[in-house]
Ligand binder design. Structure first.
Ligand code: HEC
Length: 145
């Protein structure tokens, strides 16, 4: 009986950990295209490293992050997606992330992901004109609001 309880506890801990940990959700739902370290495969799949901090510093950019199809249409819940995006920003974009950055919330992400971008690349280019560089190695210009 005790053995069963210990086992049940371990299983529930494991389940809670697996559901809650954004790193694991990133590995399960994003790394297939963006690779475990976020490098992705530019130019087809843009890198998630170093450049997203500048984007996340504007409200349009915060919105954009949850509207790209790969993020918007993931089976993750709104709060799980918010955590994954926050994790990506902190883990891969610490240098470009403003100190004043306020983490994305589940309700913010819920609203954004309803408007899945049909032309993410075109939209990005419109908002961040240096976007030719985005799919390469160089940094984009900060967003002009
Ligand atoms: C099936 C492949 C695929 C998966 C899975 C995927 N993405 Fe993407 N992602 C892309 C592609 C391709 C783009 C470029 C925009 C487009 O064409 O959709 C992109 C763009 C992005 C961008 C915008 C980057 C920029 O610099 O503009 C973010 C942020 C992003 N993805 C996050 C995620 C997150 C978070 C997940 C997991 C929840 C994820 N993606 C899963 C393929 C994928």
């Amino acid at each position: 009986m005790l053995c069963f309880r210990v086992l049940a506890l371990l299983i529930s801990l494991h389940a809670a950990y697996a559901v809650a940990d954004p790193r694991i959700n990133y590995l399960l739902h994003c790394s297939g295209c963006h690779l475990p370290n976020g490098e992705s495969a530019p130019p087809e799949v843009p890198s998630l490293r170093d450049q997203l901090g500048a984007i996340a510093s504007s409200s349009a950019g915060r919105d954009y992050l949850a509207r790209v199809p790969g993020a918007a249409q993931t089976p993750l819940s709104d709060s799980e997606l918010a955590e994954v995006l926050n994790w990506v920003l902190r883990e891969f974009n610490a240098q470009s992330l403003p100190e004043s950055f306020v983490p994305l919330t589940a309700s913010e992400v819920a609203q954004s992901r309803q408007n899945v971008l049909v032309d993410p690349e075109g939209y990005r280019e419109q908002l961040w004109p240096a976007s030719d560089d985005v799919y390469g190695d160089r940094f984009i210009q900060p967003y002009r609001e």
